[in-house]
Write a protein that binds this ligand. Structure first.
Ligand code: ZN
Length: 317
């Protein structure tokens, strides 16, 4: 397409401005997920999961809870599965937030040992070590040097809530820790959440909850122009490597290449969501690509840039 030179130049000027403006925008916008993502404006009837999430949020409000599901992000093999996000405004952890019993400016996590063993033969100790390694990787990332990721011991009680709405657990303590790596759940759970085929395509997913007020509206108590994250839960699909399943050939393993699925790689991705990163790419290749592509134990440049954008000013808004 040809343009007169002057028009071209002004278009370039506009483009440059837009590019510059994009760089100057808030961190989340600058690193907006580019992976498959459910359109936020689509009517609920077009996505049964979105409709279900809205229903769950009504149930939460009716029971006096001041938390609501804000985002679901799926990590898959093969085809991607669009996630769900309810608002345009991104969400962030609030330092010292008394509502979630925050550990000061630390971010806390728990590995739920009761769900740690896999049908592929891994013990809870093995998968816990892989999740710990993933958190340690993010913790040692330059972008996160101002926040400590603190592990809490598994209290042995119910510490998850999302599973309760699908009949796969009780409504536990939402604030046992900021992040709960909930362990390995049955295929039927992933089929129920992700829809038909979800049970064989979804490796894991992350659920982010935000705080809402008495009217169900999102809060921003520290005035940082982000919604306030309340808790995050990560669920892993036990189908992979189950000898009785059609995913027997893709078993959860420790540090084994495809066709095995490496626990630490998936945990690094999922806890990237827990630390507020969305999906991006590919390209470029990144831990936060929405489809599994083999072992990745270290953040790539785009992951680092995303983390830096999210955490650079912590704990100040
Ligand atoms: Zn993901």
């Amino acid at each position: 397409m040809a343009f007169p030179k002057t028009l071209c130049r002004s278009a370039l000027t506009v483009l440059a401005f837009v590019t510059f403006a994009a760089c100057e925008r808030t961190p989340q916008q600058a690193t907006a997920p580019t992976g498959p993502q459910f359109s936020r404006t689509a009517p609920a009837e077009q996505d049964p999961l979105l409709a279900r999430v809205l229903q769950i949020n009504q149930q939460l409000a009716a029971s006096g809870q001041h938390v609501a599901i804000e985002a679901l992000d799926f990590f898959t093999v093969g085809n991607g599965r669009p996630g769900v996000r309810l608002h345009q405004t991104p969400f962030r952890w609030v330092p010292n937030d008394p509502r979630r019993l925050a550990d000061g400016t630390n971010i806390t996590y728990i590995f739920d040992q009761s769900g740690g063993h896999t049908a592929s033969g891994l013990t809870a100790a093995q998968t816990e070590a892989a999740v710990d390694a993933a958190l340690a990787t993010w913790s040692s990332d330059d972008a996160l040097k101002k926040v400590a990721l603190v592990k809490r011991p598994d209290p042995g009680t119910d510490i998850t809530i999302f599973d309760a709405f699908f009949g796969f657990g009780g409504f536990g303590d939402p604030f046992a820790a900021d992040i709960v790596d909930a362990g390995f759940y049955p295929r039927a759970f992933f089929e129920a959440v992700g829809g038909p085929g979800g049970g064989r395509g979804i490796l894991a997913f992350s659920v982010s909850f935000i705080f809402v007020d008495d009217n169900g509206n999102p809060t921003d108590i520290n005035g940082d122009n982000y919604l306030d994250t309340a808790l995050n839960e990560v669920y892993y699909n036990n189908t992979f490597g189950d000898p009785a399943s059609d995913r027997a050939g893709n078993p959860w393993r420790i540090n084994q290449p495809l066709p095995a699925i490496d626990v630490q790689t998936v945990a690094l991705h999922e806890n990237g969501h827990s630390l507020e990163l969305g999906h991006f790419g590919p390209p470029p290749d990144a831990v936060m690509n929405p489809v599994y592509a083999g072992i990745r134990h270290a953040p790539l440049p785009t992951d680092d840039a995303g983390m830096n954008a999210v955490w650079q000013s912590w704990p100040n808004p």
